[in-house]
Design a protein around this ligand. Structure first.
Ligand SMILES: Cc1cc2nc3c(=O)[nH]c(=O)nc-3n(C[C@H](O)[C@H](O)[C@H](O)COP(=O)(O)OP(=O)(O)OC[C@H]3O[C@@H](n4cnc5c(N)ncnc54)[C@H](O)[C@@H]3O)c2cc1C
Length: 375
């Protein structure tokens, strides 16, 4: 019996995880198509690597917890080192933000293992933190991902199980004949497929645009900055995230990695071009919250794209407008945290045509009304 072919567009964390799950199941010819010469050129290689499963949305929290189980206990032979460092996470809030913050962090559907602690505990850990924190929640099991190890383990495992990864293969669009998906146009040629998964990050909705199958995704640029090594920063500092100030930081290479949480809507081709006003915003917030480090040089910085659906939930599953077309997109700011569950869910939809996953219907592409008019 001939194998069914699944083409995956994008070798970022969404495509890599789905390829790993599909290839591990066996019975499918899986081909990952990546337009760049490496898999980590975009969001998966440009994030803050923070493991934070506590989220105001219980649907995303569920995916994050499921993924944390995977990260804690990956299958034998999956990786050669731990996939994250549980340095702990302090979620904090300013006075203005504390009511909303205490509401959702007190909801067991939105967090697991969070302890409300006095703000003095955070000030003891980070004496350089300026006054102004009203409420604090500690999540001792969360921390910092080894993103490259996770990403490469998915890709390595997928190829070992028979998947192919083709770099410098830019997908131009869908090939549809009389309402039936035939495959993809790639580097000017038709590549036939039984199923196609769009896992193209900020470019996801561009790929189906020509076929008149839009998906409401918007990308927002965000900057990350890294200081020079700072003697006052301890290696075992936790991750700190301040709601109300929209500022986070964590230790990195002897210094600090931080973000002022800028979010500028952008077209993908502009999403990684740094913007001085966003760098100034991060400097301003550093000055407000970590004044000891006001003069710290921040020689390393970059911008990346966080891509969202209007309801900020991921888009995972089959597109009801075109049989064979699937999505794993709109992973926003939690794509690394939730990748194992997203890949499993996307693979389940492709192989079974249905899913009993508790989050499946909330993430299904069909929740967005659209005209079924493939060309
Ligand atoms: C600044 C920043 C901080 C973040 N911090 C965190 C964090 O701390 N924790 C967390 O969990 N998440 C974080 N995220 C979010 C996380 O990085 C993303 O959700 C995740 O990487 C998205 O993965 P992806 O595979 O969907 O997209 P990508 O990694 O962008 O992968 C998509 C791939 O598709 C390819 N592609 C696009 N178009 C085509 C085409 N036509 N043909 C072939 N290939 C194509 C691209 O080249 C790319 O490699 C952050 C993101 C940013 C930007």
């Amino acid at each position: 019996m001939s194998q069914k072919t699944v083409l995956i567009v994008g070798a970022g964390i969404a495509g890599a995880s789905t390829a790993w799950h599909l290839a591990s199941l066996g019975g499918y010819r899986v081909i990952l198509l990546e337009m760049e010469d490496a898999p980590d050129r975009h969001s998966t290689g440009r994030n803050a690597a923070i493991l934070r499963t506590a989220m105001p949305d219980p649907i995303l929290h569920g995916l994050a917890r499921e993924s944390l189980d995977f990260y804690r206990n990956p299958p034998n032979g999956f990786c050669s080192q731990a996939l994250f460092e549980p340095v702990g996470l302090y979620l904090a809030a300013t006075a203005e933000a504390s009511e909303d913050f205490l509401g959702w962090t007190g909801n067991p559907d939105c967090q697991t293992g969070a302890h409300r602690v006095p703000s003095s505990q955070l000030y003891e850990r980070i004496p350089q933190l300026a006054p102004g924190i009203e409420a604090v929640v500690h999540l001792p099991e969360e921390g910092v991902f080894q993103v490259a190890e996770i990403h490469h383990s998915f890709l390595r495992g997928a190829t070992k199980a028979g998947a192919e990864v083709r770099y410098k293969h830019s997908v131009e669009g869908l090939c549809i004949d009389e309402g039936t998906l035939q495959g993809l146009f790639v580097n000017g040629e038709l590549l036939k497929a039984d199923s196609v998964l769009i896992a193209a990050g900020a470019w996801a909705s561009e790929i189906t645009r020509e076929a008149n199958l839009p998906m409401p995704l918007t990308s927002y640029r965000r900057h990350i900055l890294v200081t020079h090594p700072l003697p006052a920063v301890k290696k075992d500092w936790p991750v700190v995230w301040i709601a109300g100030a929209e500022f986070y930081f964590r230790p990195e290479s002897g210094g600090l990695l931080l973000s002022g949480c800028d979010q500028q809507p952008v077209a993908p081709e502009h999403g990684e071009i740094s913007d001085d006003s966003a760098l100034a915003l991060a400097a301003e917030k550093t000055d407000r919250w970590l004044p000891t480090f006001t003069d710290a040089e921040m020689p390393f910085y970059w911008a990346g794209m966080r891509t969202f659906a209007p309801d900020h939930r991921f888009i995972v599953g089959p597109d009801p407008r075109l049989p064979g077309l699937h999505w794993a997109a709109g992973l926003g700011g939690h794509g690394i945290t939730c990748a194992p569950a997203v890949g499993k869910l996307a693979a389940e939809w492709i192989t079974s045509g249905w899913s009993k996953h508790p989050q499946a219907t909330f993430l299904a592409p069909g929740r967005f009304p659209a005209e079924p008019c493939p060309r």
